[in-house]
Design a protein around this ligand. Sequence first.
Ligand code: F6R
Length: 624
Amino acid sequence: MCGIVGYLGSSQAVPYLVSELKCLEYRGYDSAGVAVIEEGKLRILKAAGKLSNLESLLQSAPSGGTIGIGHTRWATHGAPTDLNAHPHTDEDGIIAVVHNGIIENYTDLKDELIAAGCKFSSDTDTEVVAHLVARNYKSGKSMLQSVIEAVRRLKGIYALGIVNVKHPGEIYAVNHHYSLTVGIGDNECFLASDSLAYRQYTNQMIRLEQSEVAVMSTSGIKLFSFDGTESVRTPISSDTFQFVADKAGFKHYLHKEIHEQPNVLRQTLSAYMSDVNLPVALRKSEAVAKNGIPTAGIALSNGQIKGLERIQILACGTAYHAGLIGKYIIEELAGIPVDVEIASECRGRKLLVNDRTLTIAVSQSGETADTLAALKEAGELGSFTLGITNRADSHLAHLTNNLIFTKCGIEVSVAATKTYVAQLISFYLLGIFLAEERGSLPAKQALELKKSLMLIPTLQEQVLATEDAVKDAAIHYKNAQDMVFVGRGFNYPTALEGALKLKELSYIHASGYAAGELKHGPIAVLDEQVPVITVVVPGIVYDKTLSNAQEAKARNAQMIAVAVEGDKAVARIFETVLNIPPVQEFLSPLLTVIPLQLFSYFIAEALGKDVDQPRNLAKSVTVE
Ligand code: F6R
């Protein structure tokens, strides 16, 4: 949440800051701002709303300064106004600060600073940092000492970018249990909370460790711990993907990313299962570990895998829904009991894990604070840990040695689509891998399953080819005030995901339920105004799901199904059917989610919503 950027070199800073901010707008987009040091003064420009508002301001008031910091905000403390946008300064305009995270003790610090005569001009927690650093500096301390003494007083987890007008050749970067990187170019350097922001300018980078300050200047980067000890680290070269702003002819990234799903699955499958006759290739090869960049694979020994008594999956939002399906897959294939937890619900609770537990964190961004904190705690309590993420350079990828990378490329649209199906395919592969290691899946069955998985991308293409019919349905139902999504078994999480996609994209209220739960309460909301979307595919829960659908129909709900094409029983009950090709129930979540993604997309588009950047959201949720 929130994006920090910085530039220091011999060129004008503003174009670099804007280009970095554009790459980080996914982290929050309710306001943005820059601070540039120019002719011995701090020049600060900020604007509420999208980055384009700031760009217009910058165009009307160009700046020649060659050093600056910038920020794109997702509001936590204080409304998204011009005043609360970062950077924040002390009252004399000496220090400017941009900040990610939360300063938990800011009210105490603010009271103390006000009592000492400081004048505050925003409602943010960030502003205390500018005043603290300025007071230290004005009392005669060096800038480094001023920063270190200020951050030692802060509680919470955070990252900061700080400039001092009296030090026009330096940027101070601070990381405290957050993510912050410094990019090193030719006589220039960059600051960013995600190295994606400057990847087009350099692939040489230093990732700040926990509780570390970097002093950036054109003569180099100096690193200090919070006790002032200097350390030296060689930059690593990062060859992970660049941000490419290309909609490939689609109107929205979301629509493009939905259509990328077959190829995303092909890439993840070919990375870990190039030959169906061989075991799933998830074992870690030490030979590939290089250059400080985390590598994919599982380093647990066969004995450790055989000894696992329990798996716990931690995730948030869409990744949590993938985890719910992961539970069914792993229990079915590997016979290990699995619990799935909303990561934020693990905080402040006794986690019952030990050295026979594997804790799996699922996070597209690899930066979700709740998920990272819960994984860390489980690891400290003795559990094995594993991460499933789309970002090999993320915080999560540095927290555990057992990693599965989904091969999606950058997901630009805030709503997760392609990374969700890639997380699902990762669970299928992990389930087979664990089963092969534990000997719990007969070889013939494993082979059949792998062959079926290989066919999924083509089946997904068939689903995508039906999108005109999904669009017609979306336009027909777009004025509903509430919608209910139901499914059973493997498609209960699909129903939850369908409801989440509709809410976040169209702002229509939607709830997802296990179909069998309707009669235990939610059925009370049904009448002729409410569309009920039922996910029903032939298999163990098919008949019972159809019975649950009949219960909704008897309450005059508008009936929509996601079902296999040509299903006569479905045609008799539902007025609208979104078709998928025949597929086994066990693999069906890889297909059934697609009509739901398209349905939400077309409704949002028809209602004129901001499809790629829905209101109030951010792609990377880095506050707890
Ligand atoms: C929904 C969505 C969110 C994320 C959640 C976790 O479309 O994108 O619900 O799934 O914020 O994010 P990651 O996967 O980055 O941990």
